[in-house]
Design a protein around this ligand. Structure first.
Ligand code: NDP
Length: 248
């Protein structure tokens, strides 16, 4: 019998990372979960009643290149090569003005959102290409498609995620490895709550995760999941479960 496939997710101690982890778990996958707050992450997996035999937790700060590369190598050694790697960890610092930019803040955002994303993928790229199969997934943002005043560092970091993933996609395609970029709009998570981006119909992290996992399975190149889909998801919720799953 084939072992259950493995997904590796950074930023798994909160919001979208947790929601995507639950989607894969429900599909029978094994989980490799990465975050700095490993105690929080362990407590959450226990609260969710996840089977410890199917879940491994790796503590790493993605902005520390050696640490996150080492986490990826440990995952390969301990659990095998994942089918899907999701570079999801990211930060937004609230207002960051291009005029009054605190360059130390900008460095921190790029170190996490960009260097962190590349370093997350790094240990997996060559082994996946050699195997000739797998998916690398970058979590960008609609903020990376068009810059917003007051969010210069965050928007430009997410534009770089889109561009980086496109380059990677072209390089990995000949080997049979897929790269999917996902650009969410506002989703209800601790990140949006902290920054008070509150609108009446924010999409739930669960609905986002359902749509994201569907895109990864389909091998989409670039998927925008706008906040307005939160409204659509609420309407679809009124339909029988199977239809909701299919249409979202
Ligand atoms: P949260 O703030 O809820 O979660 C962020 C996650 O990233 C946490 O698990 C955190 O874990 C991890 N993380 C942050 N910095 C680091 C680091 N240096 N090293 C390791 N892990 C880190 O955010 P969301 O779930 O909302 O966001 C997830 C991704 O989605 C981000 O890339 C974000 O930019 C993107 N996004 C989110 C949107 C939204 O509306 N929510 C919209 C568009 C994009 P820990 O602190 O334990 O390390």
């Amino acid at each position: 019998m084939n072992p259950a496939p493995l997904v590796y997710i950074t930023g798994a101690s909160s919001g979208l990372g947790q929601a995507m982890a639950l989607q894969y778990y429900a599909r029978g996958w094994q989980l490799a979960l990465v975050a700095r707050r490993t105690e929080e992450l362990t407590r959450w997996t226990q609260e969710q009643g996840l089977d410890a035999a199917r879940v491994r937790i790796y503590g790493a700060d993605v902005s520390q290149v050696d640490a996150i590369v080492e986490a990826g190598r440990r995952c390969i050694a301990e659990q095998g090569l994942p089918e899907v790697v999701i570079a999801n960890a990211g930060i937004s610092v609230g207002i960051d003005s291009a005029i009054y930019e605190d360059l130390a803040v900008m460095q921190r955002v790029y170190a996490t959102n960009n260097i962190g994303l590349a370093a997350t993928f790094h240990p997996f790229i060559t082994p996946m290409n050699q195997r000739g199969r797998g998916s690398l997934v970058g979590i960008a943002s609609v903020a990376g498609i068009r810059g917003l005043p007051g969010h210069a560092a965050y928007c430009s970091s997410k534009a770089a995620v889109i561009s980086y993933c496109e380059s990677l996609r072209g390089e990995c395609r000949p080997f049979g490895v897929r790269v999917t970029t996902i650009a969410p709009g506002y989703i209800d998570t601790p990140l949006t709550r902290k920054n008070r981006y509150h609108m009446p119909f924010l999409m739930s992290a669960e609905s986002f995760a359902m749509a994201a996992v569907r895109s990864i399975e389909a091998g989409h190149r670039f998927r925008v999941i706008p906040w307005q889909m939160g409204v659509v998801a609420r309407v679809l919720r009124l339909l029988p479960g199977a239809l909701y799953d299919r249409l979202l």
